[in-house]
Design a protein around this ligand. Structure first.
Ligand SMILES: Nc1ncnc2c1ncn2[C@@H]1O[C@H](COP(=O)(O)OP(=O)(O)OP(=O)(O)O)[C@@H](O)[C@H]1O
Ligand SMILES: [Mg+2]
Length: 395
């Protein structure tokens, strides 16, 4: 096996690079007593892997970039060979198994990533005073740069993953904050407006009764003024009742207590039952299938279902609507299908913002799906119906 194939085989293994095996390969390729693969972490060199190495020393050794032989190689990118070197750092000596006063010959090469970035240093050592030659230095540099590229790619992947998880956290926080705000508004409406409307209704009833009794006692209930006032009071009471019902409906729309308490399946089921104007069939897998759906994603799916059902009521004139929540492999799939009027999805979704005007529903469905990393499909055929399908991967 050539030097290159030996390193190549280590680099193509999936997962994190095994730097101890890399160090061992360098030690054997250069007929040496050992080797260390250092990686740069926050301006320090730490031991990524050493052969034969020493676990305790490897765990604690930190060499600032710019200090000592290895630190200088990491800083200026120039490879070096040294005969009979004697590192001062006790942990470094322990890592190399150096006895008191013992010296080593060393070869240190930087490991480059892309665009000249130095991501680590590979250091190979011999105890028998044999110097490393120029050809060995050149070979070691080529091999170290292959290792460097792999480390660089690992670093990029790590940064991308961190970025993703930060983004996911921010989205979860944003959705939770939005839900908390809705809960607050729903609470305020409930405690303030609905209570006031209920007591307004009560007072109007009392006024109506009082006035009727007073009029009867005065035998004047046929007086046109009194009859008119009684009608006004009755109308005011009807309007107060209407306002009460509308506020209750708004509260339910703003915040689902069921979603919070009993979860997505129960909340969707109750959503279907709360729409007397529409015949909605609900189909779902067992609620346990959806316990892995994070709270913020459940809230988003609930809102999407709510809007899709609202659209079916407002626009579809449908005979039947089916709302479903299914577990398909590693995904939760929400579907809202109606057999109503249908519409031209492309022209509606392609409308410029000025024309879209007051129509927020579909845009919010698109936005919420994207936020939780779900894929959305809206299929509609004019005269046949509409299907809104949201697929949320659960990993
Ligand atoms: N299920 C459906 N059946 C028929 N047409 C639909 C359906 N869903 C949406 N549409 C059409 O798409 C348009 C845009 O829907 P969208 O939900 O964005 O706005 P909206 O319902 O009109 O208003 P908003 O949702 O802001 O109250 C609707 O005006 C309607 O023409
Ligand atoms: Mg709508």
């Amino acid at each position: 096996m050539t030097d290159l194939t030996r390193i190549h085989e280590l680099l193509v293994v999936a997962g994190e690079l095994d730097l101890r095996s890399v160090a061992r390969a360098f030690a054997e390729i250069f007929e040496s007593d050992g080797a260390t693969a250092f990686v740069i972490v926050d301006s320090d060199l730490t031991v990524g892997g050493a052969y034969p190495g020493d676990d305790a020393a490897a765990g604690t050794l930190r060499i600032p970039v710019g200090y000592g032989v290895v630190g200088l190689v990491a800083q200026n990118g120039n490879s070096v060979t040294i005969v009979d070197d004697s590192p001062r750092n006790p942990q470094h000596r322990a890592l190399l198994h150096l006895a008191e006063g013992q010296v080593v010959s060393r070869l240190c090469v930087p490991a480059h990533g892309l665009e000249g970035a130095i991501v680590g240093v590979i250091s190979v050592h011999r105890f028998d005073h044999r110097a490393f030659g120029e050809d060995e230095l050149a070979r070691a540099q080529r091999l170290a740069d292959l290792v460097g590229l792999r480390l660089y790619a690992e670093g990029l992947r790590g940064a991308a993953e961190e970025h993703h998880s930060l983004r996911d956290q921010l989205i979860a926080q944003a959705i939770s904050a939005q839900e908390a705000e809705r809960r607050r508004i729903a609470g305020d409406l409930h405690d303030g407006v609905t209570q006031a409307l209920a007591s307004l209704s009560f007072h109007l009833s009392a006024a109506h009764t009082g006035l009727s009794v007073a009029a009867r006692n005065g035998a004047a209930d046929d007086h046109p003024l009194i009859a008119g006032t009684l009608d006004e009071i009755a109308e005011a009471k009807r309007l107060a009742g209407l306002a009460y019902d509308e506020t209750r409906a708004a509260i339910t729309g703003l915040h689902s207590l069921l979603l919070e308490d009993l979860g997505l399946v129960a909340a969707l089921e109750s959503l279907c039952q709360s729409l007397p104007q529409l015949d909605v069939e609900f189909r779902s897998d067992h609620p346990d299938e959806f316990t892995v759906v994070p709270d913020h994603a459940a809230a988003a799916l609930f809102r999407i279902a709510q809007e899709a059902l609202n659209n079916a009521i407002k626009h579809a004139q449908a005979q039947r609507v089916v709302l479903s929540l299914r577990r398909v492999g590693d995904a939760a799939v929400l579907g809202v299908t109606d057999d109503g009027a249908g519409f031209d999805v492309r022209s509606v979704r392609g409308r410029p913002p000025a024309e879209a005007g007051e129509h927020f529903g579909l845009a919010s469905i698109v936005e919420r799906s994207a936020l939780i990393g779900a894929t959305l499909r809206i299929d509609s055929i004019e005269g046949r119906g509409t299907a809104v399908i949201v697929e949320l991967p659960l990993h």
